[in-house]
Design a protein around this ligand. Structure first.
Ligand SMILES: [Zn+2]
Length: 378
């Protein structure tokens, strides 16, 4: 077996200076590799972002790999020991911008599929690919565009692997099987302004809001569950100022944010907040922004299979985690709840001298190849 195909592909990808949302040729490399495997490719560019959907085969089950080809800027070049856009391999370490986040993961799953198809050209099921250059800029022109195309065309994956760098201390130690939801609210409360000496002619929104805050801050939103801590609520801004100590203000503004578990839904939280606000007698307008829904993969088969394969190749039984920042998993989960994130070590991502070991890259390739075989070759 050629053990350097993943390293070679990663080196090619690093040499494309695809600082978000630019692509700089990275996706052309992937498209020609996938076309050679018989993939049907659908280009889905949007704004400045390049995206494509690709699929090998049409049968079920459909296993999808997600990758972003964009990277964050290199930062000051003097902090780098080598050119960030030239892969440097030394002592078993590959250095370059995007090596871990996440061109290494992309190179690993492309190589894994090439190796698998050489052995099993007549596999059962199909393989799909969601590729975007709009992840690091949080662009709505990225993965949401591909997901919309899939939904419009009734393409519903059975499983999705997001090859983001999830490993924390040693390669293989963490699978992300979910992420908390984020829900923000913006309130404008309306009182009646007036002289402080005639309180019966005024409605003070600060006093009304104080009652509501007392309830909001002690409310037990849920108990969490096996994978998530209980939902948390924080007020992030509270402003009311009449401008003088003899005037009751007529207006108050407040912002808040929930980080919520899969034991709640955004609607259940909205309903309960509005109930509390109404019972305090506040007149108000509130606008809500859903930053991310909570994601929790529950397929015992996918989690069990991936976990066993990681153990086999690394000697480590990975733990399941739902912490960390947002990824494009939030866009994929509504279409495919069975989405897991697994990949390389995250210790150097977004830093100068971003790097991965050749050994972990090779191991990730073998893990992905084994996973494909387990899910699709039976
Ligand atoms: Zn990433």
């Amino acid at each position: 077996m050629n053990t350097s195909d993943t390293v070679n592909l990663l080196s090619e990808l690093i040499s494309c200076a695809s600082v978000t949302p630019a692509d700089a040729g990275a996706q052309s490399i992937l498209k020609s590799r996938l076309s050679a495997l018989g993939a049907k490719i659908v280009d889905l560019p949007s704004g400045e972002v390049n995206n494509f959907w690709a699929r090998i085969g049409t049968a079920s089950p459909l296993l999808v790999f997600y990758g972003h080809t964009d990277v964050v800027p290199a930062g000051p070049l003097e902090d780098w020991q080598s050119d960030p856009f030239t892969a440097t391999v030394s002592d078993g370490i590959i250095t370059g911008r995007g090596a871990a986040d996440m061109k290494g993961g992309v190179a690993a799953f492309i190589s894994a599929i090439e190796r698998f198809l050489r052995r099993k050209p007549d596999f059962s099921g199909s393989l799909g690919f969601i590729i975007t250059s709009g992840e690091e800029c949080g662009s709505e022109h990225g993965t949401p565009v591909v997901v919309k195309y899939m939904r419009d065309n009734d393409i519903i994956p059975d499983y999705c692997i997001v090859a983001e760098p999830t490993s924390s201390e040693v390669f293989g130690d963490v699978i992300k099987n979910g992420r908390r939801g984020s829900l923000s609210g913006k309130l404008v409360a309306h009182g009646i302004q007036g002289h402080v000496a005639w309180p019966d002619r005024c409605v003070n929104p600060i006093l009304r809001m104080a009652e509501a805050i007392a309830q909001l801050s002690t409310e037990r939103w849920d108990e969490g569950n096996e994978f998530f801590p209980p939902t948390s609520f924080q007020i992030t801004r509270l402003v009311s100022n009449s401008g003088a100590d003899n005037i009751v203000p007529g207006r108050l503004e407040a912002d808040w944010n929930f980080r919520y578990s899969s034991a709640s839904t955004s609607q259940s939280l909205i309903d309960r907040v509005e109930q509390i606000l109404s019972s305090s007698g506040l007149q108000y307008d509130v606008s809500w922004h859903e930053g991310a829904i909570p994601v929790l993969a529950q397929s015992e088969r996918l989690i069990g299979t991936l976990s066993d394969i990681i153990l086999k190749h690394t000697g480590i039984r990975p733990r399941l985690a739902t912490d960390g920042g947002v990824t494009d998993t939030r866009h994929i989960a509504p279409l495919c709840p069975e989405v897991l994130e697994f990949g390389l070590l995250s210790g150097t991502i977004h830093k100068p001298n971003e790097q991965v070991s050749v050994a972990s890259l090779e191991c990730l390739t073998r893990i992905f190849e084994d996973l494909i075989e387990n899910l699709l070759a039976e």
